[in-house]
Design a binder for this molecule. Structure first.
Ligand SMILES: Cc1ncc(COP(=O)(O)O)c(C=O)c1O
Length: 396
């Protein structure tokens, strides 16, 4: 496992590269195919017997040389015994939850999970008689009180989607272990550059490599990583049984994205903090929801468990009219309006948190910013020019 900053940087460059033959390519080429052929029936049968294992060449739906390289690289970075790739981050989440639950089981879900995770739990799992219960993400070790004899798994995330609370992941993971409940953690925000959740004790790490890992908003891919080999195989078989798979081009683009992940994350961290700091000084701003700032719930857990901050954060503004929010967002020239994040372009999106375990009491607008790789001062100038359009009554 890559642990120190130096090991992570070296692994990002070295892991999952082509085999060391003379005249090798620097990156794995795009690998396309369906049938793989064998010269003897015995070789084919041996491959079929081992087809679920990462590294076995059998049929392209189970993986190929390039996808196995990516799985190995990610397993090294995350300290996982095995990694399975999926067609998107959502597929990583939904297929994992399907593998871990069954009718009659109970699933605990943090109240601040990604919107599609909630939609899947309510729209699909609940319809299959899985009892879905939402909990306060800041519950920490007190999660034990919610466990029932039929609790199969918990799904949580840090920082929370849209609202950025950082939970006490080690305390939640430890409580799960003590009660035999499988913990599933969405670690998309931090990437292995800033946090390795398996080392914090979570059983299953899922994430969207469509964001920072690939880094250029030009492909989609999901990742499931586990420390326990049996658990990893159980989820992998489920992914294969459903027939989910990644494309050759996506695998190549994600492998390529890994090579620059460290420099991108560090540049984005510095830019994000500078812009968040600028926001903190603006009279229209009520509160910053950036894990590296004290105003963000769980800032102390971020300080303990993370070595840096991604460039995605929220800002709560003092109340103003909806039209003012629209005017502000529309006036920004450097920020695209769109879902997803983690590419090189800055993005902006108003967020309306959905809560069922607690209430969201903030009356003012919450806006999410994804800081990209543009010049930081250009972004600040852009925000500075547009912000007076937010008529909060508190302008300087
Ligand atoms: C926290 C989080 N997890 C998962 C996903 C889903 O990833 P994908 O878009 O690759 O399906 C997203 C997408 O926005 C996300 O924000």
């Amino acid at each position: 496992m890559a642990e120190t900053d130096r090991e992570i940087k070296d692994s990002l460059v070295r892991a999952g590269r082509p085999d060391r033959v003379e005249g090798r390519h620097v990156n794995m080429p795009v690998e396309l195919g369906s049938t793989m052929v064998f010269d003897t029936l015995a070789a084919f049968e041996a491959a079929r017997a081992e087809r679920y294992r990462s590294g076995t060449l059998y049929y392209n739906r189970y993986g190929n040389a390039a996808s196995f390289k990516l799985e190995t690289a990610l397993a090294t970075l995350e300290g996982a015994s095995a990694v399975t790739l999926t067609s998107s981050g959502v597929a990583a989440i939904t297929l994992t939850l399907m593998a871990l639950t069954a009718p009659g089981t109970h699933l605990l879900v943090a109240d601040n999970v990604y919107g599609n995770t909630r939609a899947f739990c309510d729209g699909v799992l609940a319809g299959q008689n899985v009892e879905v219960e939402y909990f306060d993400p800041m519950i920490g070790g007190r999660i034990s009180a919610l466990f029932r004899p039929n609790t199969a798994a918990i799904m949580f995330e840090a920082p929370g989607s849209g609202t950025f609370e950082v939970c006490d992941a080690p305390a939640i993971a430890e409580a799960c272990r003590a009660h035999g409940v499988t913990s599933v953690f969405d670690g998309t925000w931090a990437t292995p550059v800033f946090c390795r959740p398996l080392s914090l004790g979570v059983d299953v790490l899922v994430y969207s490599a469509s964001k920072y890992i690939s880094g250029h908003s030009d492909c989609m891919l999901g990742v499931v990583a586990c420390s326990d080999a049996d658990l990893a195989m159980r989820i992998r078989k489920h992914v294969m049984a459903v027939g989910d798979k990644t494309g050759g081009q996506e695998v190549m683009l994600v492998l390529r994205g890994l090579r620059t992940l460290d420099v991108r994350m560090k540049a984005i961290d510095a830019a994000g903090r500078r812009i968040a700091d600028w926001f903190a000084g603006q009279p229209q701003v009520k509160r910053l929801l950036h894990p590296a700032f004290e105003s963000c719930p769980g800032h102390e857990f971020w300080k303990r468990d993370y070595s840096g901050a991604a460039g995605l954060f929220g800002v709560i503004f003092h109340p103003c009219a909806d039209d003012d929010v629209r005017a502000f967002v529309d006036a920004l020239r450097h920020f695209g309006i769109g879902v997803s994040w983690g590419g090189y372009e800055s993005l902006v999106l108003p967020v309306r948190p959905v809560r069922t375990a607690q209430r969201w009491d903030e009356p003012g607008p919450l806006i999410r910013f994804n800081i990209g790789l543009e010049d930081t001062q250009s972004l600040i100038d852009d925000l500075d020019a547009a912000l007076p359009l937010m008529n909060t009554g508190l302008e300087a």
